[in-house]
Design a binder for this molecule. Structure first.
Ligand SMILES: [Zn+2]
Ligand SMILES: [Zn+2]
Length: 339
């Protein structure tokens, strides 16, 4: 069977691998659709601090059960389409002991700290499977990237009383927007690209602000009667947006960071204290976030086909990674269709 390997930064090739055999509590999955995550792009570019090479990427998965291990419960049947929770949890670290396995100190995400799903067949433990008979394979593969945004609004305790501003309308930002709207909040989407803002509105944003056209501060103030948004979620990863989140959020506001800034960020820390801010990080997602996203997609209102900007075959996967690296803003979500 074939797999896509990232050899080293900037270099991919297709390799042959042996078909794995599932253990008693595992299933053998036939890969059908795998989305590329921003972290796969970061790995390709050699900028992912969590990854080692060579690495098979991929953790946004839609797959079909091919073989069921002897101790797998009968809820899982051959031929069923599933998605896979791509994280592990050690069960013993401080995060796990607090019930927050999503940020386990020793987490290994598929395609990052261990080989991922950009391969024709792979095995997974049955307790990492989720499914919905209402979702297509493309939708199943879209669940995980959207959960990251849903988790961030859970971290920000977003409620219907809140105005939430979201910095960045890439794949992750769109999940934040959909998640905040799902919780009934008023959502302001912020980006530098009008097309992305239009897509953001289809994902649930009430209004979009193009931050290169006019003053972001003035527009946010005007939209919030001079208070600023109660919650700001940063999904860009630049020092200026990290800072701007703290400056623009309301007094007693909540700031949630999802992305990793690629360089150190300098802050005017007086805002932390003066506004008594909650500064929150958000990593991966919890089971509840997966269930909420499945519910959203089952509702059929999320613009799935507009968000998936490109579908390619496994043999084209390496080339599309190069194109994405050259023009990152041209793609929102790329999926590899294994047929
Ligand atoms: Zn990801
Ligand atoms: Zn742990």
């Amino acid at each position: 069977m074939k797999a896509l390997l990232i050899d080293k930064p900037g270099s991919t090739r297709l390799i042959e691998k042996d078909l794995p055999t599932p253990g008693p509590k595992e299933v053998l999955l036939r890969t059908r659709v795998v989305g590329f995550c921003g972290s796969d792009l970061t790995t390709f570019r050699g900028l992912n601090p969590l990854v080692s090479y060579p690495r098979i990427p991929g953790h946004e998965i839609g797959a079909t059960i091919e073989v069921v291990g002897s101790e797998v419960p009968a809820t899982w049947q051959i031929g069923q389409d599933v998605l896979v929770l791509p994280y592990t949890a050690c069960g013993a670290c401080a995060a796990c002991r607090q019930g927050r396995a999503n940020c386990c100190q020793h987490n290994e995400t598929l395609g990052v700290q261990r080989d991922g799903a950009m391969v024709e067949y792979f095995v997974a433990p049955h307790d990492k499977l989720l499914t919905s008979s209402k979702l297509s394979l493309r939708e199943l593969a879209l669940v995980e990237p959207l959960t990251v945004g849903f988790h961030s609004v859970a971290r920000g305790r977003v409620s219907p009383d809140d105005t939430v501003a979201v910095f960045g309308c890439g794949a992750i930002g769109l999940g934040v927007i959909a998640g905040a709207a799902f919780r009934g909040a008023r959502v302001i989407a912020i980006d530098v690209d009008d097309n992305k803002l239009e897509l953001a509105q289809r994902c649930g944003a009430t209004i979009g602000i193009n931050s290169v056209k006019g003053s972001l501060h003035a527009q946010l103030q005007e939209l919030t009667d001079g208070h600023g948004p109660e919650v700001i979620v940063e999904a860009v990863g630049l020092p200026q947006t990290f800072r701007s989140a703290v400056e623009e959020v309301s007094f007693a506001g909540r700031v949630v960071y999802i992305g990793y800034a690629k360089m150190p960020v300098e802050y005017e820390t007086k805002f932390f204290v003066m506004k008594e801010l909650d500064i929150l990080g958000s990593r991966n997602a919890m089971l509840a976030d997966f269930n909420s996203v499945i519910q959203l997609l089952e509702g059929g209102t999320f613009p799935v086909e507009a968000v998936i900007t490109k579908s390619v075959s496994l043999s084209e996967a390496g080339t599309i990674l190069e194109s994405w690296s050259e023009s990152p803003s041209e793609f929102t979500k790329i999926q590899v269709d294994f047929k």
